[in-house]
Design a protein around this ligand. Sequence first.
Ligand SMILES: Cc1ncc(COP(=O)(O)O)c(C=O)c1O
Length: 470
Amino acid sequence: MAAARDLRATETAGPADAVELAKRHLVQPWPFAGSVGAEARALIGEGDGIYITDSAGKKLIDGPAGMWCINIGHRREELAKVMYDQAMALSYNTPWYTMNAPSAELAMRIAGHAPGDLSHVFFTTGGSSAVETALRFMQFYNNVRGRPEKKLILSRGGAYHGSTYLSASLNGRPRDRDWMDGADDLVVKLSSPDPFRRPRGMSISAFTDVLVDEFRDTVARVGADRIGAFVGEPVQASGGVVVPPDGYLKRIREICRDNDILYVSDEVVTAFGRLGHVFASGDMFGIDPDMITFAKGVTSGYFPLGGVIISERLLEELRRSNHPDAMFGHGLTYTSHPVGCAVALKNLDILEESVLTHAREVAPYFQAQLKTLEELPLVGEVRGLGLMACVECVADRESKDPLQLDKDVGKRIDAHCHELGLLVRPLINMCVMSPPLIITREQIDDMVSILREGISRTMDDLRREGVWQG
Ligand SMILES: Cc1ncc(COP(=O)(O)O)c(C=O)c1O
């Protein structure tokens, strides 16, 4: 009792004490063992447009848009209002044996933007649960079709698909799996389609052939009758904004179709405007997946929501099956949450009204300005698509070696940029930039000039410390 009272007493504390409280009580995502439950991170108090303000009152450009999610920007009154109105009308209903109108309307609107015959949506609480749902649906589908052995999942190096057990088993980024268990017996790994890391001297088109051959050979070796799905991000986001070579996704899609392997396009990052379209699979890459997973930008991060769009063909096959009792034993308490779906509807209105067009217009400028950073000797490549980009640093441009002596160069750049007014998403030797889609040309100029200065200061530090001579 006494301990509980003590804890409550500290809860009224201001920002300075929030740091202490976090160190004592908060377990934050992706912690190292040495600091788990004892760590404070930059304390953010406010957001407005493309900016956030830290506890010291410093205004920062939100370079990663939260976690690729604040698509229409911070402090949108329209979204706050709709959230309030929906909560006052109906804050929750059980999806087990009732339904609500916002989820049905949202499913219809989302299906209207989806490619091919993707017609139905299962709503989840975020991206991991969306990927998990798609995979469990594939397992169920194959069980109902009398193919219980067709369950293996193809995934690629550099992939990130989530933090639940099965979705995380697909992850292929360095470090993600070093200390974590996974369902390794269910997953077959393929190469990342990263043109920057292709073998020296190989053309992009030869590299594409190598990737496609690897895919085809793997299907032949493992057996199509054992592979249930391929899961892939159209652009590998957290793996360093890896834009696949032209035509690669279409060719993979064809192999999946030929072998009755379900193609799951993980658009948790790329959907809802990041590439200028509601979904990139059809509109940018010309593919019609069997399922698309989404989250993040669907509510611009104002409410935790995700989902899977499922092909009409698959649902129809299930309905026609000889297994009328077979039940898809899968559902979340917050499936089809009315507040989340109402927020998503308003968010989609705003995207359709102006933000998608703006994102498409401003994207070439964003990419071109960031590309100028390749003048800096520490920068190996700047790459990207739409409003997502990655600045990859290398110790030596010839060998493209990531910095051996300082693998956390991204963190160093981030620290300098924070001082200068920009939040960066550091990823080992890379900095990922994916600002809110409402960013203007002038704000892009500010962002790039801060990044340039942050990288220059990092180069000075590395030289001074004698770890790099570039
Ligand atoms: C492509 C992709 N899929 C899935 C996820 C997992 O989403 P969430 O963190 O909402 O569970 C992420 C998260 O960054 C992602 O980038």
